[in-house]
Design a protein around this ligand. Structure first.
Ligand code: NCD
Length: 361
């Protein structure tokens, strides 16, 4: 039995398999409509969501299964002080699979360590969002016919945008993908991705604040919302919130076959006039999100049936370090002192096993 915390938990062959299943579901949905009869999906959403929660629920219903869950922390025992580990352990007595979203980074790891059924990370703070990445990969592969040999621009809030973090991790494994990161300096990529992924994997990448300057080279443009809920300073949010607004004028120098993606919700960063441009793919992307989640639920339930013993959550076993504390205030271990503090040590660098923030020892 396996959980999905990070997109890198899946090999590229497994991702290809999920994309193939999703395409088969799109071609013949009736073949799948009863395949999960009598199975239950629990959606534990400690943070707001429209698309992710409803697409998971729609996915399970379209497979003939049932759904239960909550859509806000206030409607759960978290409001009484229950830990995510205890909530997950409890709900795994009621459901066959769990999709969980939480504002604290690394929270799904704490849940998965306590659960007897697969847990899917449906977004943990500003950290990761692997099922949005599966959605993005299905959309890109349907639009472009490939996942390598392209230039992908990421624009907006690259610091807190968890969808960007997971997608760049996924794309770093494909051949000849150049990445262009377009953001104000204050919202540039976190260090653990710049050092730990881009530099380490030798990715061809550049950073700029100039969207129009970057436009002509792009095959895919991934727009994102400035993540208001992650800012500790509202003044800074107000200053940065309209940093980029994609309009038809700005697309004048774009390739004719550019694919414009956005995980949604959009605030102001794509003008409504762009919606009718054939390059706008963000509503097709929404639909892809349901089909790829159907494929993922099928895969994880099938694996759990064949082998109910939980697989290790990490490729390398994390360690305890006497007196070490994760410095990230948004990490689940900062929020909940009951969770064991675990770390990974690699090449002389020590990182929190939940949120990957680097420690200075
Ligand atoms: C994203 C998220 O929740 O991270 N939305 C989504 O899951 N479709 C992006 C966002 O909220 O900006």
């Amino acid at each position: 039995m396996r959980s999905l915390m990070d997109i890198l938990d899946l090999s590229t062959e497994e991702i290809d398999g999920l994309i193939a299943t999703a395409n088969d579901i799109i071609a013949d949905p009736e073949k799948y409509q009863d395949i999960c009869a009598h199975k239950k999906l629990a959606t534990l959403f400690f943070e707001p969501s429209t698309r992710t929660r409803l697409s998971f629920e729609s996915a399970m219903l379209s497979l003939g299964g049932s759904v239960l869950g909550f859509s806000a922390a206030a409607n759960s025992s978290a409001s009484k002080g229950e830990s995510v580990a205890d909530t997950a352990r409890t709900v795994s007595c009621y459901a066959d699979i769990i999709a969980m979203r939480h504002p604290a980074e690394g929270a799904p790891f704490a849940a998965a360590a306590a659960s007897s059924v697969p847990i899917i990370n449906a977004g943990d703070g500003g950290h990761f969002h692997p099922t949005q990445t599966l959605t993005d990969l299905l959309t890109i592969s349907r639009e472009k016919g490939r996942l390598g040999n392209m230039t992908v621009g990421f624009c907006g809030d690259l610091k807190y945008g968890r969808t960007v973090h997971s997608l760049l991790n996924a794309l770093s494994r494909y051949e000849n993908v150049k990445m262009v990161f377009i953001s104000p300096r204050e919202l540039a990529l976190p260090d653990y991705l710049r050092e730990g992924v881009l530099r380490q994997k030798g990715i061809l990448w550049e950073e700029t604040a100039d969207l129009e300057g970057a436009m002509p080279q792009l095959d895919v443009l991934y727009m994102t919302r400035i993540q208001r809920e992650r800012f500790s300073d509202p003044e800074q949010y107000n200053r940065l919130k309209d940093s980029y607004i994609l309009t038809l004028d700005k697309l004048a120098c774009a390739k004719p076959d550019l694919a414009i993606l956005h995980p949604l919700p959009r605030v102001n960063e794509i003008a409504v006039e762009v919606d009718d441009d054939p390059r706008a793919c963000y509503f097709k992307q929404v639909l892809c999100g349901k089909f790829i989640r159907m494929a993922l639920i099928l895969k994880l339930l099938d694996e759990a049936k064949r082998d109910p013993v939980p697989a290790p959550l990490y490729a390398e076993t994390p360690v305890r370090i006497e007196g070490a504390v994760c410095p990230n205030p948004r990490c689940i271990t900062s929020e909940d002192g009951r969770i064991p503090r675990l770390f990974h040590k690699k090449n002389g660098v020590c990182r929190c096993a939940y949120c990957e923030t680097q420690l200075s020892l």
